[in-house]
Design a protein around this ligand. Structure first.
Ligand code: UDP
Length: 262
């Protein structure tokens, strides 16, 4: 766990630059120190973690917790009075960084998640960008996975066997949060070859261009949510959580903290 981190509403996010995250990943890839889980926290994660204790504990004990969402950058400055500066690392950028790292170090990447041939398309896109990249495997998402019944356990075991047989070193899981992060937490110990596992949410859909990505200027100023609202209006509940409920909760928690200190 990083020694530079901030707690936002009880959820840990590491104040690491993108270069530091990459350096850490490189060390994990070459060392023989087991598997490391990376969580890519956004405001929806923080709100989900308020009532989902298991998810909160997974984030707080992950090997690395990155900030994927401009809302978190504002929240961290506000909560720490400017002392902690988070750096945004999107799922797409982290995926690209890991693909490049794998290709440079002869490591194998496994893509698990999304549906309709998306994972396969992501594999092809990454190969175009990094021709020497070894794709250990691509596999569609599952519709079950952490609501445990017998069939889920069997399914998980089969997936773990395929990943292990493929000798994958880096595993990207796109089941959406919190499912992907719970799945990794539960199964990483059964994947001896995997050094890094990351829940990447909708990243595969972006890379495969199944879902349009907001223009860069919108992402930079923190207005990606307006674009998402226009292109995916059915997500309005989640967008309200990220763009309205989260900032209000941060504002409220700080004023509560200040009042209790008076
Ligand atoms: N997904 C999946 N299995 C599931 C649920 C979701 O493979 O049981 C995939 C879904 O197809 C999508 C990805 O998970 O490609 C991310 O879903 P979503 O957009 O909801 O995640 P977000 O990025 O918003 O967290």
């Amino acid at each position: 766990m990083s020694n530079k981190s901030i707690s936002i509403l009880g959820v840990r996010v590491d104040c690491l630059t993108n270069g530091e995250v990459l350096q850490q990943c490189k060390e994990w890839l070459v060392a023989d120190t087991g598997g490391h889980q990376i969580v890519t926290v956004n405001p929806e994660f923080v709100m989900e973690a308020q009532h989902n204790k298991q998810f909160r504990e997974i984030i707080n004990s992950a090997a690395c917790s990155t900030a994927d969402g401009v809302g978190l950058l504002f929240a961290s400055s506000y909560v720490s009075g400017g002392a902690c500066r988070l750096h945004r690392l999107t799922g797409v950028d982290l995926t690209m960084n890991l693909a490049e790292l794998c290709s440079r170090n002869d490591k194998r990447l496994y893509l698990l998640g999304a549906t309709g041939g998306v994972a396969e398309k992501v594999g092809m896109e990454l190969k175009k960008l990094y021709p020497s990249l070894m794709i250990a495997g691509v596999e569609e998402g599952i519709k079950t996975g952490y609501s445990k019944d017998q069939s889920d356990n069997v399914l998980d075991q089969q997936i773990c066997k395929r990943i292990t047989d493929s000798q994958a070193n880096v595993l990207l899981v796109a089941f959406g949060a919190p499912k992907q992060d719970l799945w990794i937490s539960e199964n990483l110990g059964k994947l001896p070859t995997v050094k890094i596992a990351v829940g990447v949410g909708g990243t595969f859909d972006y890379i495969a261009r199944v879902v349009p990505r907001a223009p860069k200027w919108m992402r930079v100023i923190g207005f990606e949510w307006t674009y998402r609202l226009m292109t995916q209006p059915y997500r309005w509940r989640r967008i309200i959580t990220a763009a309205v409920r989260f900032p209000l909760a941060v504002l409220f928690s700080k004023s509560t903290t200040l009042n209790s200190k008076l």
